[in-house]
Structures are given as C-alpha cells and as structure tokens.
Design a protein around this ligand. Structure first.
Ligand SMILES: *Cc1c(COP(=O)(O)O)cnc(C)c1O
Length: 354
C-alpha cells in the first residue's frame, strides 16, 4: 500500500494511548446538571492555564466562538473581525444567523490588524450606524499562514477596544502553537483579552472539544448560550479526560510540528509555478500558491496520487499542516514525492512512517 502523508489538517491527530486510558477510567456525571467531576477538573485547569476566572468545555471551536459572540453582544451590533478570520470565513455566518450581528472584516496582509486600523473602524454614535460591540482577534491566524500575534500586539489592539468601551474575544484555536512559537507563557497572549476560545482537538490531539474561558459572569452567560445551541452534554467527562491529557502532555511537543513545517516549506521552495512565502511559516502551517493555469485542486489531486494529502484554501491556494501524526521522515517523503511531480530529482531515499 502506498503510504499517505496526512497534511490536510492537525484535526486528523488521533488520541494518544494515555488519553484512551484516561477516558476509560474517567469519573463522570451529568454535566448539564453541572455534576461531572472530570469536566470540572478540565475547566479549572484550562482557566488557570490561560489566566481566566472560569472556563467552559464546548463540543467545537465554532460553538465556543458563537457562545462568546452571543455572550458579549446584543443583536444589531457590529463585530470587528479580520478579513480572512475563521469567524468570518468558516463559521457559516452563525454570528449573523443566530446572533443578529453584522461582521465587519478588516483586511491585513498577515492576519495582524493594526491598532490604528481598528480605531478607524469603530462606529461613531449615529442613528444610521450599527454600534461596534466587539473586537475579535485570531491567534494563530489560520488562513493568513498560521501567523502569531505577540503579547504586545494583543495588548495594543485590546486597549483600543477597551478605550472605546467594548470587549475583545480571542479565537485562539491554536493559541498554544503561538505561545510555543513565540516562547512565551500563553497568559501573555490571553491576558489582555476578555475571552478566549482554544481547541483541544487540533495539534493537542484530543478527539473532541474546545474550551471557552473568561470571567465568571461571562462563562455563566456562555453556559446558557451553549445550552441554547444544543451543546449541553451529559457524561462528557469521558471527553474531558482526553482534554486534560492534551493540556498536560501535548503542549510542549508542538515545537516539533513547527520544526517540521519549516523543513517542509524549505524543502518545497523553488518548484516551478509554486510560490511559498517562507516568512509566513511561523507555526505548523505551510501555504503555497499555484501559478495559473495550475489550480490548487489540480495540484492537490496530483499530490494525492503521489501519497501526499493537502487542503485547498482557495482557487490557487493550498495548505499543508504538520501535527503529531507527521514525523520528520514523513516530511522528507512528502518533499521528495512532490518534487518528483515537477521532475525535480529526489535527493534522499524515500521512506514514510505511515
Ligand atoms: C478550527 C478553527 C476553529 C473552529 O474549530 P472547530 O472545532 O473546527 O469548530 C476556529 N477558529 C480557528 C482559527 C480554527 O482554525
């Protein structure tokens, strides 16, 4: 069988042995009644790690973000988001459909909004305009390349919102990737914002779930929103047990994924008709642009035939994501397999771990 290198997403990570053992042994209760001890432990630990009063286990990052938007705003308000943000691009307009919110996208080259740009986008009191109700940040920024927002940048952006009297939500699906890449405690990235969502189910390898963290009041409101959205779960401590392993055992190893992404980006440099901006490879993602007429879909299909799976970002853009299921040898395999598609000679023997 041809070995496949799975580079479509870090959501393909499988639970570890340690997670499966913890799940089997988890002490559980009815979490809608707030009686699941393992959920309690996870929520306390997660809140402590990101430096917030409380947190809430949610089935997905999308639901976590939506709970946050609903808890922070009133219908008819405007929410400032980055133009390629996950909330704007990939959450099925839930903010508008469920929250009655208008999303206002602000364009950036690299996912890092400028404080002045945000200040200029804040609405004046005016009968014609929807009041600005929330600023959303994204760290790492997925569709802009897995780029990081530093603690200082997060602080400066949050100050603009706070000065104008509205809160800040951080879509931190991969905020631990950012903390590891920047070499800082994650609290430097979450401290300035009012709420943060992060995913257990991506690079941290848990099978299911995300955390939403913030003040006690905010989490109390979000708990109601989660129930309204159908996200109240019963003996979900079985899942929380894996989440606890993710937080205790899986954060530091994200550095391996970042090293592998860089190796991948460097190895794929210089192929004819493929542009990779290595400067954007800050964490576990490599984006590339095909030159027309070669479309991303056609490139992805050829890679699949060569045993390398990647994801489409837009008509000409593709994405590769490294994670625990991709070893350095798999990266080398992928590089050589893709280079051969372009007639570039293999430089190393081909061997994939699976
Ligand atoms: C994956 C992701 C989410 C949502 O997570 P799901 O669990 O897939 O709903 C939100 N924001 C960003 C930036 C993401 O990459």
């Amino acid at each position: 069988m041809t070995p496949l290198v799975e580079l479509r997403s870090d959501t393909f990570t499988l639970p570890t042995e340690s997670m499966r053992r913890a799940m089997a042994a988890a002490e559980v209760g009815d979490d809608v009644w707030d009686e699941d001890p393992t959920i309690h432990r996870l929520q306390e630990r997660a809140a402590e790690m990101v430096g917030k009063e409380a947190s809430l286990f949610v089935p997905s990052g999308t639901m976590g973000n939506l709970c946050a938007l609903l808890s922070h705003t009133e219908p008819g308000e405007e929410v400032l988001v980055e133009g390629e943000s996950h909330i704007f691009h990939s959450e099925v307009a839930g903010a508008s459909v469920v929250g009655g919110l208008q999303l206002r996208p602000l364009e950036t080259p690299d996912g890092r909004m400028q404080p002045e740009q945000v200040r200029a986008a804040i609405r004046e009191p005016d009968i014609h305009q929807p009041p600005t109700g929330l600023l959303c940040l994204e760290n790492t920024h997925n569709r802009r390349g897995g780029t990081c927002l530093s603690g200082a940048q997060t602080e400066a952006l949050s100050a603009v919102a706070h000065d104008a009297g509205f809160p800040v939500h951080l879509d931190g699906a991969r905020v631990f990737n950012a903390a590891v890449a920047l070499g800082v405690d994650v609290r430097q990235l979450t401290g300035p914002v009012d709420s943060v969502m992060f995913c257990l189910s991506k690079g941290l390898s848990a099978p299911v779930g995300s955390m939403l963290a913030g003040s006690r009041d905010f989490i109390e409101r979000s708990r109601r929103m989660r129930k309204m959205l159908g996200g109240g779960m019963r003996q979900a401590g079985v899942l929380a047990a894996a989440g606890l392993c993710a937080l205790e055992e899986m954060v530091d190893r994200l550095a391996d994924d970042h090293r592998n992404a860089r190796r991948l980006g460097e190895g794929l440099q210089g192929l004819p008709g493929i542009a990779i901006d290595l400067a954007r490879v800050e964490t576990n993602m490599v984006f590339g642009d095909c030159q027309p007429p070669l479309t991303a879909a056609a490139f992805i299909e050829r890679c699949r035939e060569a045993g390398v799976l990647l994801d489409q970002a837009s008509l000409y853009r593709w994405r590769m994501v490294t994670h625990r299921g991709v070893a350095a040898a798999d990266v080398d395999y992928a590089i050589e397999a893709v280079r051969r598609l372009f007639g570039a000679p293999a430089t190393a023997p081909l061997r994939a771990t699976g």
